[in-house]
Design a protein around this ligand. Sequence first.
Ligand SMILES: [Zn+2]
Length: 248
Amino acid sequence: MYYPDLSLYEFLSDPRSQGALNVGWLDIGHPFTTGTVTEEALQKILKLCMLPVNQTRGFHDCQFCGKCGEMGVEIKSIHGTIALGSAEIRVKASDKTYAAPNLIYHYIKDHQYLPPNEFLVALENAVVDDSLNQNIPGGIIPAGRFFELATDDYCIAPNLEPHPPLGVFREAIAKIEQQGARVFCEVADIDDGAAICDALLIATDQPIDAFNEFAAEFGADGAQAGDGQSRKLMECLGRPNVWRIPWD
Ligand SMILES: [Zn+2]
């Protein structure tokens, strides 16, 4: 999907995007400007990718490299893995809004794309709501990362008795991920470097009923709909449902 930089946004008809200007809608058929973007600007774009707009179901691949799978371009950060290619970001200036595909992060980082200067100025002045990022600990990390930080059985569902071994949890969660879901752990606390998880978030195509059995087997308080904040984060992953499995 190619649009020239600073042309009027028209990709999705969204009243909130009226008058927005396109930035970073690159395509193999059109050369683009390259250059250096500061790490600070890049990190701000990554934060905006955690607060995506106009999420769509499918993924646009990066046309400039071959490493993009069907799940889009994966970016790993301390905030978890996000898949770029199916959502947009907005950068607001006082009198303008810029609309970019979230792939812009990848284009800048891996293909040295240099956005128009006015976009970079707007980005520098933009205040990005950091609340998702300030939330670690008390945050959300990929299950794989959690198990790296977990040191004993009671790192997950600390109040559960009788308590299954950590390895049994890990295997059951791996099985859920093998079925196409992405599992994240809500970290309630970091205790002497060990993460303590008291709820799972599952981003998935499957209905909530599919996880009742897991919840019952592991003594959780059932499966419920994820809250707004977890949804925001999970939407980056392009799954329609986010289910939360808490232990009290
Ligand atoms: Zn690429």
